[in-house]
Design a protein around this ligand. Structure first.
Ligand code: CU
Ligand code: CU
Length: 369
């Protein structure tokens, strides 16, 4: 579990979320149910905005101001950035992106603010999406107060690796660089700042998803159809509901341990607003763990099982029929599942590290006909 300060006067994690909620002028009331003589529940069920039964009440009271944040977790799920697309003389597709790093205070739970460092004004940064073999060109500008880089997980030259001392190295405030490489291998990848101290630059919010769709022309047999289903340029892909979630967390009191956990930044965002999905539709979830300080994060899907593609680099599942997956930091994969034939209703998903779940990493799919 997370390394935490235990010196006298240190506020514990659960104390923090409660204090933050109170500081925000909102009411949190302990229900009186205690475990092991401590850790009262955060919220009185009567006060919770959505009292979903089944796991008892958990969550935050009130709402995060998504407009002030400049991003909304419900929209981040589906917000793909395909770049500005053109064709190079060689016939290769070129995708151009602009990414700017800056400093920004964001609200990660109602009344709990975090002084983030952001790519394009949001945490996570834009979800870049390309096709296997495309040329990708990223113009990176540092408008922040510290040096930053973008390091991509993928195949590229050393000079494009976005690490200090190699290629353009650290990009100082007010400076720019261009990262350019071919999008390989296909899969569910990520990018993040690689400036030292690394744990600080990552946990401050400088990360995002980088999805590379398979090119059906590179496959044969049954795999051609699977590749089309994974490739946003094909109609076969449009029948699938594709979502992206980054498991992240925030050390709001800078003690080297996280106080708030989430997918896509805002604690309990998908509990307060469940993700509506059609029960007859195939669901494909690009899941990435970018949690700092804790060695492992995980996701558990309720009342259902999924197929899993580790790193998304294969067209066949690497795990079949599982309901929980764990990921180390930067590990990621694709989950595929369907609620076909299920009773409509609210189906939970959450970290199966219970503490993370209770501190924000918990949500619902609202399965509809
Ligand atoms: Cu940085
Ligand atoms: Cu990395």
């Amino acid at each position: 579990m997370a390394r935490k300060a235990h010196h006298a006067g240190a506020i514990n994690r659960r104390g923090f979320i409660k204090a933050g909620i109170l500081a925000g002028g909102l009411t949190a009331v302990a229900s009186g149910r205690k475990r092991g003589g401590s850790h009262p529940e955060l919220v009185d069920p009567k006060l919770a905005p959505h009292d979903h039964s089944g796991h008892g009440s958990a969550g935050t009271v009130g709402d995060v101001d998504h407009a002030a944040n400049g991003f909304d977790p419900s929209e981040l799920l589906y917000d793909w950035d395909f770049g500005t697309v053109s064709t190079l003389p060689s016939g290769q597709t070129l995708r151009e992106y602009e990414i700017t790093a800056s400093d920004k205070d964001i609200e990660v739970a109602p009344g709990v603010f975090f002084p983030a460092w952001v790519y394009n004004g949001r945490v996570p940064g834009p979800t870049l999406r390309a096709v296997e073999g495309d040329r990708v060109r990223i113009e990176f500008t540092n408008a922040g107060s510290h040096p930053h880089t973008i390091h991509f997980h993928g195949i590229h030259a050393a000079s494009m690796d976005g690490v200090p001392g190699v290629g353009a190295g650290n990009i100082e405030p007010g400076h720019s660089t261009v990262y350019e490489f071919d999008a390989l291998p296909m899969g569910c990848h990520l990018y993040h700042c690689h400036t030292l101290p690394l744990k600080r630059h990552i946990h401050k919010g400088l990360y995002g998803a980088f999805v590379i769709d398979p090119d059906p022309n590179r496959y044969s047999g049954e795999e051609v159809e699977i590749a089309k289903s994974r490739n946003h340029q094909f109609p076969e892909n449009r029948s699938v509901n594709e979502m992206v979630m980054l498991m992240n967390a925030f050390d709001t009191n800078f003690d080297g341990g996280n106080e708030i956990y989430a997918v896509n930044t805002v604690a309990f965002a998908y509990m307060n607003r469940p993700i509506q999905i059609r029960r007859d539709q195939l669901q494909r979830l690009y899941l990435i763990n970018i949690t700092e300080f804790d060695p492992i994060n995980s996701m558990h899907l309720h009342a259902n099982f999924f197929d899993y593609y580790d790193h998304g680099t294969t067209l066949r599942p690497t795990l079949k029929t599982v309901d929980t997956i764990m990921q180390a930091q930067a590990q990621r994969g694709i989950l595929e599942f369907s609620y076909e034939g299920y009773e409509p209703g609210l189906y939970m998903f959450h970290a199966h590290v219970s503490e993370f779940a209770e501190l924000g990493w918990m949500g619902f799919f609202d399965v509809v006909e």
